[in-house]
Write a protein that binds this ligand. Structure first.
Ligand SMILES: *[C@@H]1O[C@H](CO)[C@@H](O)[C@H](O)[C@H]1NC(C)=O
Length: 249
């Protein structure tokens, strides 16, 4: 089984529009794979495949960014919203290639590139995909043990054992912190009325100190009930913040 952060697809002649976010496709062995597509279907498609122990949501920052081309991502089996089969037959290399096939066929791309490249190319000719982009990737499980850092390698036994959940969860937090310190926070839009006689804005902000994705909006000439004081401005700020959170900007 390959262990690859992601690969990019450069797809020609796309015949379909992007599938709405959130779509299950069924792989050959019946495992359901959660895939998403977003962006401009006239552009080349980039397929992001995450690495060990995370999920497609790891690419939220890219999916939030309208400057990226049409993007596809999926939760690999055993991860995120995809099924988590626990029989050994579900974990042979060919199954990973079939997951890729299922997503590609569903999205009707003519030519794609994915991660799990070693698996995919084991069962398809090389022109099945247009190219590969590795981002900090281990090309296969064997090389992983030469590539992994001294900080990361000792975590592997705890992450691959199947008997101690406490141990797994504690180690997984260490793993995520090595991937990126302070994993992505929820977006928070904090709206204040400049003339609020109930809440002191700065004290409220102090209570939120350290929030990573904080947006502060202060409505001028607004009392505590901001939506009554400034109905139009409140709605505009509220909806614009909401659309950003929902990636609909
Ligand atoms: C499970 O792991 C935790 C944390 O490493 C450890 O404290 C505990 O003793 C382990 N439990 C068993 C049954 O091995």
């Amino acid at each position: 089984m390959a262990l690859l952060p992601f690969v990019v697809a450069n797809i020609r002649d796309i015949h379909t529009r992007a599938v709405a976010p959130g779509h299950f496709v069924t792989s050959a062995d019946g495992t359901r794979i959660f895939a998403e597509a977003r962006g401009n279907p006239s552009k080349p498609v980039i397929v992001f495949i995450h690495g060990f122990g995370i999920g497609a949501m790891a690419f939220n920052e890219i999916f939030d960014d309208p400057l990226w081309l049409l993007q596809v991502r999926y939760d690999t089996r055993g991860h995120g919203r995809s099924d988590k089969p626990n029989n050994a037959a579900a974990w042979v290399s060919q199954r990973l290639a079939e997951d890729f096939d299922a997503v590609v066929q569903k999205l009707q791309f003519e030519q794609t590139i994915w991660t799990h490249i070693a698996d995919i190319l084991s069962f398809h000719p090389s022109d099945y995909i247009a190219g590969i982009i590795y981002d900090a990737a281990a090309p296969d499980m064997t090389s992983l043990f030469n590539i992994g850092s001294p900080a990361a390698l000792p975590l592997i036994p705890s992450l691959t054992q199947t008997t101690n959940v406490t141990q797994f969860q504690a180690t997984y937090i260490d793993f995520i912190n090595l991937c990126h310190p302070g994993p992505r926070a929820l977006p928070l839009l904090a709206i204040f009325g400049a003339d609020d006689k109930i809440i002191m804005k700065q004290a409220a902000l102090d209570a939120m100190a350290g929030w990573q994705r904080l947006t502060v909006v202060t409505l001028p000439n607004a009392e505590h009930f901001t939506w009554i004081s400034r109905p139009v401005l409140f709605r505009r700020q509220f909806c614009s913040g909401l659309l950003k959170m929902l990636n609909l900007r």
